[in-house]
Design a binder for this molecule. Structure first.
Ligand code: UDP
Ligand code: MG
Length: 315
């Protein structure tokens, strides 16, 4: 029998949480009104995660897993899972139990009310460190200002999606997969369920600062063309400043011929300013061109080294 609910859980070096995760998820799905499947995606873990996933699969046929051939990153791991789901209702959650599985029935309740996307919105980040909280706060507000689509603030990938939405997501060819952005872009009826984000169950944060920054830039660049315009604006502004300076310097030269102010200082400052503006603009251009390059290469999004649990179903 085909499952009605599919849970997607990306896993990267989570050996310390998998057992607890399985228990808590089972407590929830055992009470569902229809069968569920659990899709675990091993994102190139270097610890015993894959081993534990195999064990779970052996003892519980509801557990299927995919193993990516190396670490491809969270967004791609989720994408791989989305490619394999069979249920009508798809739920994405983190493995570290920061996204409480106990919230899933509330998400499903909204789906039954007729919403195709139900995203969990965090109201509080308990014990996540001021730096992470602050940068996340700034980023989500900035994204809201700049993005062409309305991406709700403080939502992660923890959400429920209807099959219809997942099929559309899967049909999107792009490689820069900022899933929470694409999810908003798709449209349909969407709603939020609020929750308090728990601290990580065990282990360290798997997203490095660099990865978080890359995800943030990816979100901005994939959903906004405003940064491209920044160089135009700054260029216009410096042209204006240049004209004003020209007039001032001309006046200064005539009024105070002996003043050193109009000499070296002005030139050095102007050179640095323009240099900075140009490098910044080239950097922004590079972000977009790099992405175009990634897209045209058209490589597969990920490579799989192992797939288990989907045998009965021709893909
Ligand atoms: N993760 C992954 N690949 C990575 C990094 C993380 O699949 O390269 C998974 C990780 O196992 C967890 C989820 O993505 O299930 C979120 O990671 P983490 O808790 O480190 O990030 P945060 O809570 O800061 O979003
Ligand atoms: Mg986490």
């Amino acid at each position: 029998m085909l499952p009605k609910y599919s849970l997607i859980i990306p896993i990267y070096n989570e050996e310390a949480t998998i057992a607890a995760l399985y228990d808590r998820v089972c407590a929830v799905i055992d009470r569902f009104d229809a069968p569920a499947e659990l899709i675990l995606i091993n994102d190139g873990s270097k610890d015993r995660s894959l081993l534990l996933m195999r064990e779970l699969h052996d003892k519980d046929p509801r557990v299927c897993y995919l193993s990516l051939a190396r670490n491809f990153g969270h967004q791609i791991a989720v994408t791989a899972g989305l490619n394999y789901v069979r249920g009508r209702v798809v739920i994405v959650l983190d493995a570290d139990l920061q996204d409480p599985p106990e919230l899933i029935p509330a998400l499903i309740e909204q789906w039954k009310q007729g919403y195709q996307v139900v995203y969990a919105q965090r109201t509080e980040r308990r014990r996540e460190g001021w730096f992470k909280r602050f940068t996340a706060y700034v980023f989500y507000r900035l994204l809201k200002q700049l993005a062409d689509v309305d991406i709700p603030t403080d939502t992660g990938d923890f959400c429920l999606m209807d099959r219809q939405v997942v099929d559309l997501l899967n049909a999107m060819p792009e490689r820069n997969r900022y899933i929470r952005g694409l999810r908003s872009w798709i449209g349909f009826r969407q709603t939020a369920v609020k929750f308090e984000r728990d601290p990580r169950f065990a282990g360290d944060v798997k997203y490095t600062f660099h990865q978080s920054l890359a995800l943030a830039i990816s979100g901005l660049v994939s959903f906004s063309k405003v940064p491209l315009r920044i160089s135009t604006y700054v260029g216009l502004f410096s042209a204006f400043v240049a004209v004003v300076m020209m007039i001032l310097v001309f006046y200064w030269r005539i009024a105070y011929p002996a003043s050193p102010l109009t000499g070296l200082t002005t030139i050095v400052v102007a050179i640095f300013f323009l240099g900075a503006v140009q490098l910044l603009s080239i950097g922004i251009l590079g972000e977009y061109i790099g992405r175009i390059y990634e897209e045209v290469k058209n490589r597969p999004l990920y490579t799989l080294s192992e797939v288990a649990g989907f045998e009965h179903q021709a893909k």
